[in-house]
Design a protein around this ligand. Structure first.
Ligand SMILES: *Cc1c(COP(=O)(O)O)cnc(C)c1O
Length: 384
């Protein structure tokens, strides 16, 4: 019995060749593959600027800095996400709060966001940045969030770690006119991988320049940005505090190669989701919501059991039968570290209720129909 993970990378001979070519080339980092990767993703999304980094976590951090997040500011995100979507605020010395989720989409609830903004305005604690997360790849209602952003004057970073290749209406995620910066992750469980890696994309040229500078120590080589006349051709200036968040050319070459299969990956994920939808229909569980006006990236396929009390038993049975199910996500505010910041059980009841019954089933482009049938059979038996 082979183990079926919940997510897995797909590495082809072509990918291996692309990586080996870089290893034998003149540049292992800061070479041409990075620019090519950035251009490939930017063109795919319809964004003018893309800055590749060593992780989505790094990209979230510098995106917050590029939007001037600092001490005294608030950042709001969804509690149903990976901790990185919230930690980025703390890296900047800002404070985090959460907006509870919609029980159907499992994304940040627009109604809760609006009510929370009204209350925050009267208390003088409006957020500077809101990070909606396209959970499982299902696009958030960015247009509605943008309308609120204009009224309450906050910036939007959409965390699209699950959503590369997805669409919001007519727009490709990363190229919508509704967010200031979009973040992608290229961790191996995600849709496209570079081993470790991330990217920030934007249609704002000023933000594009800032993001690139923050990735490399806050250093510029552009004389127009310098405070002094260059001493000579070697001259550079550090004009702000940045980091070394660079990706390598080795990884970027893998990314370029993988991007060529992105549409095929998304198509296969949708085939698998449609099969799950059909095969799971008779079972006592809620299948994931997909808005037909959008295209989900389908990073995850999450079911929610009608009887949350059976989640652990069902999960254990699947694992015992070699099915690598997982749970996404433990609400961030329930993490012990976040509890030391004052959050407690009961703060975001919709995220907590969702979490108690959720199981992520295997979902990746190379999952076969036969493997999927095995997942469904074990699950049906466990629920019988
Ligand atoms: C994976 C993930 C991240 C972090 O990505 P890394 O590339 O591992 O830093 C951030 N947000 C979400 C929603 C993720 O799923």
């Amino acid at each position: 019995m082979t183990f079926i993970p919940y997510g897995r990378q797909d590495i082809t001979d072509e990918d291996v060749k692309a990586v080996c070519e870089v290893l034998r080339s003149d540049f292992l980092t800061q070479g041409p593959a990075i620019e090519k990767f950035e251009k490939t993703v930017a063109e795919y999304c319809g964004a003018s600027h893309a800055v590749a980094m060593n992780s989505a976590t790094s990209a979230l951090h510098v995106a917050c800095l590029a939007l001037d997040l600092g001490p005294g500011d608030w950042l709001w995100t969804s509690p149903n996400t990976f901790v990185a979507s919230a930690n980025c605020a703390l890296y900047c010395g800002a404070q985090v709060d959460f907006v509870d989720i919609d029980p159907d989409t499992h994304n940040m609830s627009i109604e809760v966001l609006e009510r929370k903004l009204q209350a925050a305005e009267s208390e003088g604690r409006l957020p500077k940045i809101v990070i909606p997360v396209h959970f499982a790849g299902e696009p958030c209602d960015l247009k509605a969030i943008k309308a609120l952003a204009e009224r309450y004057r906050f910036k939007i970073i959409d965390d699209a770690s699950h959503a590369i290749g997805g669409r919001y209406g007519e727009f490709v995620i990363g190229g919508t006119p509704y967010s200031d910066i979009t973040i992608f992750s290229f961790h191996p469980v995600k849709i496209v991988t570079t081993g470790e890696g991330g990217m920030a994309v934007t249609n704002n040229p000023e933000l594009g320049v800032k993001l690139a500078r923050l990735r490399t120590h806050g250093i510029t080589r552009n004389p127009a940005e310098m405070t002094r006349e260059p001493d000579g051709p070697w001259y550079y200036e550090q004009i702000g505090l940045g980091y070394n968040y660079r990706i390598t050319d080795i990884q970027a070459a893998l990314g370029v190669s993988q991007m060529g299969r992105l549409d095929a990956y998304i198509n296969r994920r949708h085939e698998l989701a449609a099969r799950y939808d059909e095969l799971l229909a008779p079972l006592p569980l809620k299948r994931p919501f997909r808005n037909p006006e959008n295209l989900s990236g389908l990073h995850l396929y999450v079911i929610v059991l009608n009887d949350a009390g059976r989640r652990k038993q069902v999960f254990d049975t699947l694992r015992a039968n070699g099915i690598g199910v997982n749970v996404h996500y433990i609400p961030v505010h329930l993490q012990p570290y976040y509890q030391t910041l004052g959050f407690k059980l009961g703060d975001f009841p919709a995220a907590e209720a969702y979490y108690s019954g959720a199981i992520s089933l295997p979902m990746f482009a190379t999952l076969t129909d036969e493997q999927q049938d095995r997942v469904v059979n074990v699950l049906s038996d466990a629920l019988a």
